[in-house]
Design a protein around this ligand. Structure first.
Ligand code: A5P
Length: 218
Protein backbone atom coordinates (compact mmCIF):
# COMPACT_ATOMS: atom_id res chain seq x y z
CA UNK A 1 0.00 0.00 0.00
CA UNK A 2 1.24 3.47 -0.82
CA UNK A 3 2.65 5.54 2.03
CA UNK A 4 0.00 8.13 1.35
CA UNK A 5 -2.77 5.64 2.18
CA UNK A 6 -0.96 4.71 5.40
CA UNK A 7 -0.75 8.39 6.33
CA UNK A 8 -4.49 8.67 5.81
CA UNK A 9 -5.22 5.67 8.07
CA UNK A 10 -3.00 7.01 10.83
CA UNK A 11 -4.50 10.48 10.54
CA UNK A 12 -8.03 9.07 10.67
CA UNK A 13 -7.23 7.14 13.86
CA UNK A 14 -5.86 10.32 15.46
CA UNK A 15 -8.86 12.39 14.39
CA UNK A 16 -11.05 9.93 16.32
CA UNK A 17 -9.30 11.05 19.53
CA UNK A 18 -10.53 14.64 19.14
CA UNK A 19 -13.68 15.40 21.12
CA UNK A 20 -16.11 18.32 21.07
CA UNK A 21 -14.79 21.46 22.71
CA UNK A 22 -11.10 20.48 22.67
CA UNK A 23 -8.20 22.86 22.15
CA UNK A 24 -6.22 21.20 19.37
CA UNK A 25 -2.67 21.73 18.08
CA UNK A 26 -2.37 21.05 14.37
CA UNK A 27 1.05 19.91 13.09
CA UNK A 28 2.56 20.36 9.66
CA UNK A 29 3.31 18.09 6.73
CA UNK A 30 1.89 15.58 4.30
CA UNK A 31 0.50 13.35 7.08
CA UNK A 32 -1.26 16.27 8.74
CA UNK A 33 -2.66 17.07 5.28
CA UNK A 34 -4.86 13.99 5.84
CA UNK A 35 -5.71 14.91 9.42
CA UNK A 36 -7.32 18.23 8.55
CA UNK A 37 -10.07 16.89 6.26
CA UNK A 38 -10.66 14.00 8.66
CA UNK A 39 -11.24 16.49 11.47
CA UNK A 40 -13.40 18.72 9.30
CA UNK A 41 -15.51 15.77 8.12
CA UNK A 42 -15.87 14.16 11.54
CA UNK A 43 -17.11 17.46 12.80
CA UNK A 44 -16.19 17.58 16.47
CA UNK A 45 -17.88 20.82 17.57
CA UNK A 46 -16.55 23.94 19.23
CA UNK A 47 -12.89 23.17 18.61
CA UNK A 48 -10.23 25.79 19.25
CA UNK A 49 -7.27 25.10 16.95
CA UNK A 50 -3.75 26.47 16.73
CA UNK A 51 -1.56 25.78 13.71
CA UNK A 52 2.18 25.12 13.62
CA UNK A 53 2.67 26.68 10.19
CA UNK A 54 1.10 29.10 7.77
CA UNK A 55 0.48 26.17 5.41
CA UNK A 56 -1.55 24.29 8.02
CA UNK A 57 -3.38 27.43 9.06
CA UNK A 58 -4.41 28.15 5.48
CA UNK A 59 -5.54 24.56 4.81
CA UNK A 60 -7.44 24.35 8.10
CA UNK A 61 -9.30 27.59 7.46
CA UNK A 62 -10.21 26.46 3.93
CA UNK A 63 -11.79 23.37 5.47
CA UNK A 64 -13.73 25.44 7.97
CA UNK A 65 -11.65 24.55 11.03
CA UNK A 66 -11.37 27.51 13.41
CA UNK A 67 -7.73 28.57 13.85
CA UNK A 68 -6.61 31.19 16.31
CA UNK A 69 -3.22 32.70 17.10
CA UNK A 70 -1.30 30.86 19.81
CA UNK A 71 -1.19 33.77 22.21
CA UNK A 72 -4.39 33.37 24.24
CA UNK A 73 -4.54 29.66 24.89
CA UNK A 74 -2.08 28.49 27.55
CA UNK A 75 -2.65 24.77 27.16
CA UNK A 76 -4.01 22.37 24.57
CA UNK A 77 -5.97 19.18 25.12
CA UNK A 78 -4.27 17.42 22.24
CA UNK A 79 -1.72 18.07 19.51
CA UNK A 80 -1.36 15.83 16.47
CA UNK A 81 1.62 15.89 14.14
CA UNK A 82 3.74 13.80 11.79
CA UNK A 83 7.40 12.88 12.20
CA UNK A 84 10.36 12.17 9.98
CA UNK A 85 11.69 9.32 12.13
CA UNK A 86 10.29 7.54 15.19
CA UNK A 87 12.69 5.40 17.23
CA UNK A 88 11.46 2.45 19.34
CA UNK A 89 12.09 4.47 22.53
CA UNK A 90 9.91 7.32 21.13
CA UNK A 91 12.71 9.75 20.35
CA UNK A 92 11.61 11.60 17.22
CA UNK A 93 13.26 13.60 14.49
CA UNK A 94 10.96 16.29 13.14
CA UNK A 95 11.41 19.39 11.03
CA UNK A 96 11.53 18.06 7.49
CA UNK A 97 9.19 20.94 6.74
CA UNK A 98 11.19 23.38 8.84
CA UNK A 99 8.35 23.89 11.32
CA UNK A 100 9.93 22.05 14.27
CA UNK A 101 10.24 25.04 16.62
CA UNK A 102 6.54 25.85 16.54
CA UNK A 103 5.77 22.13 16.50
CA UNK A 104 7.74 21.61 19.71
CA UNK A 105 6.07 24.58 21.42
CA UNK A 106 2.66 23.19 20.50
CA UNK A 107 3.55 19.60 21.49
CA UNK A 108 4.86 20.78 24.87
CA UNK A 109 1.67 22.75 25.53
CA UNK A 110 -0.56 19.73 24.90
CA UNK A 111 -1.81 17.30 27.52
CA UNK A 112 -1.56 14.64 24.84
CA UNK A 113 0.85 14.73 21.90
CA UNK A 114 -0.05 12.19 19.23
CA UNK A 115 2.42 11.33 16.46
CA UNK A 116 1.00 9.94 13.23
CA UNK A 117 3.02 8.29 10.49
CA UNK A 118 3.27 5.81 7.67
CA UNK A 119 5.40 2.71 8.27
CA UNK A 120 8.53 4.17 6.66
CA UNK A 121 8.93 6.56 9.62
CA UNK A 122 9.08 3.72 12.14
CA UNK A 123 12.83 3.07 12.31
CA UNK A 124 15.18 0.90 14.36
CA UNK A 125 17.44 3.86 15.05
CA UNK A 126 17.49 7.54 14.18
CA UNK A 127 19.69 8.42 11.23
CA UNK A 128 18.34 11.63 9.68
CA UNK A 129 20.16 14.93 9.76
CA UNK A 130 18.65 16.95 12.63
CA UNK A 131 16.73 20.05 11.46
CA UNK A 132 17.71 23.31 13.13
CA UNK A 133 16.23 26.78 13.36
CA UNK A 134 18.85 29.49 13.86
CA UNK A 135 18.67 33.20 14.64
CA UNK A 136 19.87 35.30 11.69
CA UNK A 137 21.82 37.44 14.17
CA UNK A 138 25.29 35.94 14.60
CA UNK A 139 24.48 33.19 12.10
CA UNK A 140 28.12 32.53 11.18
CA UNK A 141 29.15 32.12 14.80
CA UNK A 142 26.20 29.83 15.53
CA UNK A 143 27.00 27.67 12.50
CA UNK A 144 30.59 27.41 13.71
CA UNK A 145 29.42 26.24 17.14
CA UNK A 146 27.02 23.68 15.62
CA UNK A 147 29.85 22.55 13.33
CA UNK A 148 31.71 21.22 16.38
CA UNK A 149 28.97 18.62 16.72
CA UNK A 150 28.68 17.56 13.09
CA UNK A 151 28.37 18.53 9.48
CA UNK A 152 25.95 21.47 9.30
CA UNK A 153 24.34 22.75 6.10
CA UNK A 154 21.97 25.62 5.48
CA UNK A 155 18.78 24.36 3.89
CA UNK A 156 17.57 25.90 0.64
CA UNK A 157 14.25 26.81 2.25
CA UNK A 158 12.35 29.95 3.21
CA UNK A 159 12.84 31.25 6.76
CA UNK A 160 10.48 30.07 9.46
CA UNK A 161 7.40 32.26 10.15
CA UNK A 162 9.42 33.64 13.06
CA UNK A 163 12.31 34.64 10.81
CA UNK A 164 14.58 31.73 11.72
CA UNK A 165 17.12 30.28 9.30
CA UNK A 166 16.59 26.57 8.62
CA UNK A 167 19.61 24.25 8.56
CA UNK A 168 20.40 20.57 9.17
CA UNK A 169 23.20 18.92 11.11
CA UNK A 170 24.45 15.40 10.50
CA UNK A 171 25.75 14.28 13.87
CA UNK A 172 26.22 11.22 16.09
CA UNK A 173 22.71 10.11 17.07
CA UNK A 174 23.71 7.16 19.27
CA UNK A 175 22.74 9.22 22.35
CA UNK A 176 19.88 11.56 21.31
CA UNK A 177 19.52 12.97 24.81
CA UNK A 178 23.14 14.09 24.83
CA UNK A 179 22.96 15.57 21.33
CA UNK A 180 19.70 17.30 22.20
CA UNK A 181 21.28 18.90 25.28
CA UNK A 182 24.39 19.92 23.31
CA UNK A 183 22.30 21.58 20.59
CA UNK A 184 20.01 23.31 23.10
CA UNK A 185 23.06 24.79 24.85
CA UNK A 186 24.18 26.72 21.74
CA UNK A 187 23.14 30.39 21.88
CA UNK A 188 21.54 31.45 18.62
CA UNK A 189 20.08 28.02 18.01
CA UNK A 190 16.37 28.63 18.44
CA UNK A 191 15.43 24.95 18.52
CA UNK A 192 16.20 21.62 16.92
CA UNK A 193 14.16 18.70 15.60
CA UNK A 194 14.97 16.11 18.28
CA UNK A 195 11.79 15.53 20.31
CA UNK A 196 12.20 13.56 23.56
CA UNK A 197 10.04 10.56 24.54
CA UNK A 198 8.63 12.53 27.49
CA UNK A 199 6.76 14.74 25.01
CA UNK A 200 5.15 11.85 23.13
CA UNK A 201 1.90 10.39 24.49
CA UNK A 202 0.88 8.23 21.53
CA UNK A 203 2.45 6.93 18.34
CA UNK A 204 0.04 5.84 15.62
CA UNK A 205 1.72 4.07 12.69
CA UNK A 206 -0.19 2.57 9.80
CA UNK A 207 1.37 -0.43 8.08
CA UNK A 208 -0.77 -1.36 5.14
CA UNK A 209 -4.32 -1.23 6.49
CA UNK A 210 -3.21 -2.19 10.02
CA UNK A 211 -3.04 0.69 12.47
CA UNK A 212 -0.61 0.23 15.34
CA UNK A 213 -1.52 2.58 18.22
CA UNK A 214 1.21 2.66 20.88
CA UNK A 215 0.53 4.59 24.08
CA UNK A 216 3.40 5.81 26.22
CA UNK A 217 3.64 4.14 29.63
CA UNK A 218 2.39 6.47 32.40
C1 A5P B 1 7.39 19.59 9.63
O1 A5P B 1 8.34 20.52 9.99
C2 A5P B 1 7.81 18.24 10.10
O2 A5P B 1 8.17 18.13 11.43
C3 A5P B 1 6.80 17.18 9.75
O3 A5P B 1 5.91 16.93 10.80
C4 A5P B 1 7.54 15.96 9.44
O4 A5P B 1 8.53 16.35 8.53
C5 A5P B 1 6.64 14.88 8.85
O5 A5P B 1 6.22 15.31 7.60
P1 A5P B 1 5.40 14.39 6.65
O6 A5P B 1 4.11 14.11 7.33
O7 A5P B 1 5.24 15.20 5.40
O8 A5P B 1 6.19 13.16 6.41
Amino acid sequence: MAADDEKRWAAQAAADLVMDGMAVGLGTGSTVDHLLPALAELGPRDLRCVATSERTERQARELGLPVEPFDQLTRLDIAIDGADEIAPDRWLIKGGGGAHTREKVVAAAADRFVVIADASKDVERLSWAVPLELLPFGLGATLRAVGRLGDVRLRDAPPSPDGGVIADVTADLSDPERLSAQLSAIPGLVDHGLFPPALVSDVIVARGTAVDHRRAPR
